[in-house]
Design a protein around this ligand. Structure first.
Ligand code: UTP
Length: 298
């Protein structure tokens, strides 16, 4: 792989069924659920833009238009807010995606798994390394965003990069888990990757989080992947095949991760981000204190 290639394209798979959030996700993707006042997908898009991405590729299911509507301009609302002098609100909805950035929507006809969703992006990504962001994994930090950290390592090495974090032993069966060895440059080279292993079979406790920078040869591998864990076509299995021909590094990401695909992770993120908003912070803290007192936790 040419290590000088710029990572310009990011794939956002948003075609999952989101069953853990039913009925909220019956007609909208879970990535449209808001943390405070922004949908999950917007946080992920902002992280990608900050990392220099200029083409956003959304893999959506046939029925769900909410994602494209969210990033389209809303003339009537904008005109109204401008006329009412509500400039602070206007600023929140204009220019979420700058004009020079392309948006492409690809339909995944059936939710056959994350690997299949990524394969749907092949014709748009073409023959260049690309990023994947799962918007339901939120990574919050004060410095460089998660994807920017990964692209930095890709630039140094030319290798594919997968974001990881240490997970509790009993949780290995909820993650893709990597087995690594330190390479001469001091990076963690991935030797094995398995989807949702039981703790006894897990090669480590390093769980894959929803950020990837991948060589495009992963598409050729994904074409041969059969349904695996959970009956789905797994991205993990495509990456496992990629390892035979291509270096893949694991990067522990700096920052706090919230699994917003689960209800408790989603609520934790909501609390953390709410406390960050000056206008609601004090109310929130007072309320949490009152709840804890009522529940006998203070
Ligand atoms: P999840 O494993 O979280 O599945 O998908 P899900 O269907 O979204 O949610 P649950 O488990 O039923 O509650 C991980 C990511 O892959 C996308 C999802 O949208 C999410 O971003 N995905 C998954 C697809 O785009 N297509 C698929 O076929 C499966």
């Amino acid at each position: 792989m040419d290590s000088r290639k710029r990572i310009r394209k990011a794939v956002f798979p948003v075609a999952g069924l989101g069953t853990r959030f039913l009925p909220a996700t019956k007609s909208i993707p879970k990535e449209m659920l808001p943390i405070v006042d922004k949908p999950l997908i917007q946080y992920a898009v902002e992280e990608a833009l900050e990392a220099g991405i200029d083409t956003l590729i959304f893999i959506t299911s046939r029925k769900k238009h909410a994602i494209s509507d969210h990033f389209d301009s809303e003339f009537e609302l904008e005109t109204r807010l401008a006329a009412d002098g509500k400039n602070d609100l206007l600023e929140r909805i204009v220019g979420i995606v700058p004009d020079h950035v392309n948006r492409v929507h690809v339909t995944q006809p059936e939710a056959l798994g994350l690997g299949h969703a990524i394969l749907c992006a092949e014709s748009v990504v073409g023959d260049e390394p690309f990023a994947i962001l799962l918007a339901d994994d939120m990574i919050r930090n004060d410095g460089a965003g998660a994807l920017a950290q990964m692209i930095d390592l890709y630039r140094q090495t030319g290798a594919s990069v997968i974001g990881v974090e240490e997970v509790a032993e009993e949780l290995t069966s909820s993650y893709g888990i990597v087995g690594v060895r330190e390479n001469p440059a001091g990076h963690m080279a991935i030797e094995t990757i398995v989807e949702k292993p039981q703790p006894a079979n897990a090669p480590s406790r390093l769980g894959v989080v929803g950020r990837y920078v991948l060589d495009p040869s992963v598409f050729a591998q994904l074409r041969h992947v059969q349904a695996g864990a959970g009956g789905e076509i797994q991205l993990t299995d495509g990456i496992a095949a990629l390892l035979a021909t291509h270096p893949v590094l694991a990067l522990p990401l700096v920052g706090e991760r919230y699994d917003c695909g689960s209800r408790h992770g989603f609520i934790k993120a909501t609390i953390e981000y709410a406390v960050d908003h000056d206008d609601i912070r004090e109310d929130m803290l007072d309320h949490m204190q009152a709840v804890l007192a009522r529940e006998g936790r203070l």
